[in-house]
Ligand binder design. Sequence first.
Ligand code: BES
Ligand code: MN
Ligand code: ZN
Length: 492
Amino acid sequence: MKIQAIDTLAADWSGEYLGIGLFEEAAAIDAYLQQLDPNLRDVLQDLIRETEFQGKSGEQPWTRIAGQGTIRKVMLMGLGAQEAFTLESLRQAAAAFAKATRKQKAAAAGLQLPLWNDDVSASTQAMAEGVELALHQDNRFKSDPEAQKSGEYPQAIHLLGMANQDDAIETAQQICAGVILTRELVAAPANVATPSMLAETAADIAADHGLTLEVLEREDCEAQGMGAFLGVALASDLPPKFIHLTYKPSGTPRRKLAIVGKGVTFDSGGLNLKVSGSGIETMKMDMAGSGATLGAAKAIGQLKPDVEVHFIVAAAENMISGHALHPGDILTASNGKTIEINNTDAEGRLTLADALVFAEKQGVDAIVDLATLTGACIVALGNDIAGMWTPEDSLAEELTQASQQAGEKFWRMPLEDKYFEGLKSPIADMKNTGPRPGGSITAALFLQQYIDQTPWAHLDVAGPVWTEKENGYLNVGATGFAVRTLVNWVMK
Ligand code: BES
Ligand code: MN
Ligand code: ZN
């Protein structure tokens, strides 16, 4: 499938399939129809009448066109109120069009949508993202992957009225390659996406896009005193891998950043084993933070900003065996702080503790961590919204802007110091688990103990990294959440 930007407008489009996006205003719809050829205009006026189309978002009626013209089918896409129009509206409309043209086996399809903010390149990029992400299908685990594919349709999507936008399309494709890598890492089961496989994926990214890679083995982590991370890895037969990928621009970097992702490739809970009903069967996705980190690395390696970025993943499996961490064990993290393990299922924060200490040693200007850290965050914000914790208003502002541009939802949550009382241990510096109320907040306060002075934000992405229902450009399963927010944040 090819995406192409061309300056032809809907009125002159002669391909097989045409898509037109319209705002929710009768007069504007009417004015738009007046510039089309009379045959097409009549067809659309009938369609609008018959389907009571009002331009509300989600309305997507289509019809066949009889007659001599080359256009065989046309689809209208409601874009909602013009005041509420965003880049995300463009992504969603383009995604709906891409899916319809695939289902209907269109060869050439032309899509005309209005510009957001008069910005041709941002608008083109958003449309291309919607198309790429909507059409991604993951058939790797079917015995006959080819048979599962919905053919080669649509053969091409032309973005109408968008001349000279090849760069915007290429940017979208580079970013989407990162998002798709993330989706495929997160969807891959724990017997495929192991800590070693994450390290190999990082090696591929390094080789393909010119990043440097350092992988710390268990002994190297021991030498660095990473007792918290290694405690989590104790019971697994799979060796832990501490992954450090670095992107350096050719000139002097404008900024140095670190992105740290939770990489627990399977979370059984450990000896505090996840009971039936706790979602243990979905815990292959407990490396979604690291999935997004590697996806962002792939995108940034291609986009080549003038910013240095360190991508850090402490990858391990949380399992049970005779070697397992016992509840009550005390671990020492690489910053010297001691932790009483009162729950082996609060393992993500242990892996992140050493990863954050390592990130800070890189001398960066800001650190962002992403983790499927707590069920409590899903209870608080539901499946579509991630939690954000940071003491730094300016970093919160940067991330919020990046996420809004990406159409990914985050909500800033409080780092309530007083709740740290819930983590006090009579025997060690802290426990790893606080009381049930405010569980995602105490998790964030725990992480904060491993940051000394660098501006830092923690993103709890437990909800939005996975979806059980198809929704716009998201297909069932791994969503690739946070990659586009991270990319926007780095590029800004
Ligand atoms: N990986 C889980 C959090 C999680 C739960 C992610 C559901 C996605 C969906 C994490 O390691 C965990 O087990 N957290 C515990 C913490 C508790 C023991 C303090 C939780 O949320 O129950
Ligand atoms: Mn857990
Ligand atoms: Zn976990």
